[in-house]
Structures are given as structure tokens and as C-alpha cells.
Design a protein around this ligand. Structure first.
Ligand code: ZN
Length: 474
């Protein structure tokens, strides 16, 4: 896994509308004029980032006298402003703006889930960090890239300079904002700082001074891959590790690389045959996640209920209970240990309906997640079948005595052979304390067996999200 993640270079020129917004927001700092590098348009999904004056100040978690030799310091992220003679040293004009971008990247991490989790930031002594001006200068260290030249200086040249200057401490990962044209990229360092196991320098370099690109590249250093459908490697856009131009949020399904609710869970980071797994919520440069605050997203299920990764293909699993049929983890079809088809990870579940006179069959999560009466929930599932079988999502509400109160049923949908996402939004009735999460086949044919594949479940408590908004559809 330790390898360079290259982000495709794209223009970051400000649109007129974005420039107007930036000008209105910039009461504290002044950005440089728009280049191919520097300030740029920010992602606005799942909801708007805070305007610059409103960005929470993250503050310093590890303060050292010499940022290039933080010997013995606690793990933290060091932010660097890189300049060269071609464009000059514009540190004073830009330091507070870049500090706001760093604070906003931290906000994006925290707001991605209902867990409170933050980046640990390294600062240097000698500044009054009770003011934003002092904090920004304490946070961000300028570094001249001696070998840098116009029109473009590669991230490799930037890294060589940083290493020569001593910025390769095992207690540090690095986020480098270039004040010149460069490629934006990062090395994956999932367990700590300095260098990864292949000798890659634990740094993210970005020419784009944005939450979208800076957050994306920092995500790589923390161990996040590009977001994709694991079986095919097809891109999965609505989050920062693929769609950084639209989205600032990490892993909305809690199933690709970030699950702050279950630190023991780990996820396949890249398509087969890669065996690398991880969960960046464990990274030492992040604070321990603490439940619960608001955010863009949450999930009431366990990692195993979402992904069915713990059971051998072809075996039954107690995570699920079925009636009018039987279930197993989807068997292999050539590669041992890997289901024949899956959306995330390497495995999915399979519900096999019986031939027979049954009017309906169903498969449910065996354990009923807890719910709060009056809250709205959204149940997501990825489903597929080779035959055109009609299914329906259901949420069956129970009281504390285990009595069924009512059942909310979704639209009857005919499955396709590709993995589509199906959803059901419903509100927990009075006295509800738990919910049975079910996939039903409401009008089962008597003419044949169906095999339905199930993966990527999620039960989102919409009421608990920022603004009461459900996780969006994908
Ligand atoms: Zn990338």
C-alpha cells in the first residue's frame, strides 16, 4: 500500500462568483491573486463550509522550539508554506489564509461524522497564539525550496528540500502548501510519521489552498485510499477521496476507510488483489474519536452488519436471520475467501428464496439497533440480483418490551444485475426503542428460486445529523 497517490492536476482558477464570496469573507486575511495555485473554489457538499471569519480555530496541540527537530514531541501535523525565488516569499500575505484552510480541513474531518475527532497540530514557540495572527505564524513554517524554479516545481523537489532541512521526524506528518505551480500528491502513512515502510516521505503537497484538495491529500497521508466500489474499482464520487471538487466529507458509509464508531473495524483500502486494510480513525496524528456531536453523518449499525466481512463465503452468518428462504455469505466463484460479487470490502450476503407457496420471504439483521422515538431514520442498502425480483425495504419498530408497534415499508423495487442503492426513510413512532432492519420479497413467485445479493447497509439517524438532514443518496 505505501505508494504515491497522484491526484490529477486540474485548474483551480477562481470563478467570478467564488472570488466575490472570498472577498466578502476575507476580513482577516488577504489571499494572493488567482494563479494556477493558491486559493480556489471550495466544495459545498454535504453543506457549506464555514465562511473564513467563522472557521473554528483548531489551536496548537504540540508546541516545539524547532519544528525541523521536534525530538520527543507528541505526534502532530506540521504545516509548511513552501516558496521559491521564482514567485518569491509571500508568507506574510498568505499565512493567515492558509491557517484558515487548515482549520477548515480539521472542521471537515470533525463534521464528517457524529464523532468529535480532530487533527493534532504542531506549532512553534515565539508567537502569541491568543491572537489569530500569532497562531497562524506559530502553526505554519515557511520553507524556501532552493532548487525550485518556474514554471512548475515538482512535489519530489519539494520533498527533497524538506528532508534536507530536517522535516522528516517520526512524530510528524507534513502538509505543504506551495506558492508556485506543483503537482498535488501524498504518500500513504497509516501508522505514523517520518517515512512509510517503503521510504515514502509522510507528506501531502498541495498547490491548491483549499479544503477539498488539501483535505484530500492529507486524507491519503492518514491512510485513506481513493473511494471506489471495491469489486470493480469504479469511482465513488460523493466524498472527498474521489469527488473533492464537490464534497469535503469523509466516507459517508462508514465502510471504506473511516469508521470512528468502531476503532477495531478495518476496511480493504484498494480493490483486489490488494490486501491492505485500515481505518484512519486510529491514526496517531488524530485525537481519539468521542461520541457524540452533530455532523454530516452517523450510522446505527456495526461494521459487520454493514459489510458481512467476518464470515467465510458460502457459510451462514448469525448477523442475519431469514424466513421463507436461507442465507449465506455470497460464495466464491474462483478466488478463495472472496465473494463472487460484492460492493464494499471483499464479501456480501446472499438471500436465497425458496420455491414454494409462500406469499412473502424476508431477511433481517438479527439484532435490532436502538432508536429514539420521534427521530427520523434512513435505511440504505446496496442490492442486486440476476433475475428481476421485486423487493422492499422495511423498518419494523419495537417497544422496550419487544412488542412490534408498526412497520414502515419502502417502495417495491425490481432489482437489477448491477449494485444499486435502495433507501427507506421513516420516523420512529412513540414508544419505539429498537428497529428490525429487513429486506422483504413481498410477492414471492412460486416458479423459481431467487438469489439476492446484499451489501453496504447503513441506518442513518437523520434527526441527529447537522440540520436534521439524512445522509444523501449515492
Ligand atoms: Zn488522491
Amino acid at each position: 500500500m505505501p505508494r504515491l497517490h497522484l491526484r490529477v492536476r486540474r485548474a483551480h482558477a477562481l470563478t467570478a462568483a467564488a472570488a466575490t464570496l472570498l472577498a466578502a469573507a476575507l476580513t482577516v486575511v488577504t489571499p494572493t491573486a488567482a494563479h494556477a495555485w493558491g486559493p480556489g473554489a471550495e466544495p459545498t457538499l454535504p453543506y457549506a463550509l464555514p465562511a473564513l471569519p467563522d472557521v473554528p480555530v483548531r489551536g496548537c496541540q504540540s508546541t516545539v522550539a524547532n519544528p525541523s527537530a521536534p525530538t520527543g514531541a507528541s505526534p502532530a501535523l506540521q504545516v509548511i508554506y513552501a516558496w521559491h525565488d521564482g514567485n518569491g516569499n509571500n508568507y506574510e500575505a498568505n499565512v493567515e489564509y492558509i491557517a484558515k484552510v487548515v482549520d477548515r480541513i480539521d472542521w471537515a474531518l470533525d463534521q464528517s461524522s457524529n464523532y468529535d475527532q480532530h487533527v493534532k497540530l504542531s506549532c512553534r514557540t515565539g508567537y502569541d497564539t491568543s491572537t489569530y495572527a500569532g497562531y497562524a505564524r506559530s502553526l505554519i513554517v515557511p520553507e524556501k525550496i532552493d532548487a525550485g524554479t518556474n514554471p512548475s516545481t515538482s512535489s519530489a523537489v519539494v520533498r527533497s528540500d524538506l528532508i534536507s532541512a530536517g522535516y522528516d521526524d517520526s512524530n510528524r506528518i507534513y502538509l505543504v502548501f506551495t506558492d508556485f505551480a506543483s503537482n498535488s500528491d501524498a504518500y500513504v502513512c497509516p501508522t505514523g510519521g517520518g517515512y512509510n515502510s517503503s521510504g515514502g516521505h509522510c507528506s501531502a503537497v498541495t498547490e491548491s489552498w483549499t479544503t477539498g484538495v488539501g483535505g484530500h491529500e492529507l486524507g491519503h497521508v492518514l491512510g485513506a485510499p481513493h473511494a471506489w466500489m471495491a469489486e470493480t474499482g469504479a469511482p465513488y464520487y460523493p466524498e472527498i477521496m474521489y469527488g473533492w471538487w464537490d464534497n469535503w466529507n469523509l466516507d459517508p458509509g462508514f465502510r471504506n476507510y473511516y469508521d470512528p464508531s468502531e476503532l477495531s473495524a478495518s476496511f480493504y483500502l484498494d480493490p483486489h488483489p490488494s490486501t491492505s486494510k485500515g481505518n484512519i480513525a486510529n491514526h496517531p496524528m488524530l485525537t481519539a474519536p468521542t461520541c457524540c456531536d452533530v455532523g454530516a453523518n452517523n450510522d446505527s449499525l456495526t461494521a459487520e452488519q454493514r459489510t458481512f466481512e467476518a464470515t467465510t463465503p458460502g457459510s451462514s452468518t448469525s448477523t442475519l436471520t431469514s424466513s421463507g428462504g436461507w442465507h449465506q455469505v455470497t460464495p466464491s466463484c474462483g478466488t478463495s475467501g472472496i465473494s463472487c460479487t460484492y460492493f464494499d470490502g471483499r464479501r456480501s450476503a446472499q438471500f436465497n428464496t425458496y420455491t414454494g407457496p409462500s406469499n412473502s420471504s424476508s431477511i433481517s439483521l438479527t439484532n435490532r439497533p436502538a432508536v429514539t422515538a420521534g427521530n427520523t431514520y434512513k435505511f440504505f442498502a446496496r442490492l442486486r440480483a440476476n433475475a428481476a425480483v421485486t423487493t422492499q425495504l422495511q423498518l419494523a419498530w419495537y417497544n422496550s418490551g419487544g412488542t412490534l408497534l408498526s412497520t414502515s415499508s419502502g417502495t417495491a423495487s425490481t432489482l437489477a444485475s448491477n449494485w444499486l442503492e435502495y433507501r427507506l426513510t421513516a420516523t420512529a413512532p412513540a414508544n419505539a426503542t429498537s428497529v428490525r432492519v429487513t429486506l422483504a420479497v413481498p410477492n414471492q413467485s412460486t416458479t423459481g428460486n431467487y438469489a439476492i445479493n446484499i451489501d453496504s447497509l447503513q441506518l442513518n439517524d437523520c434527526t441527529a445529523n447537522t440540520g436534521g438532514n439524512c445522509r444523501y443518496d449515492t
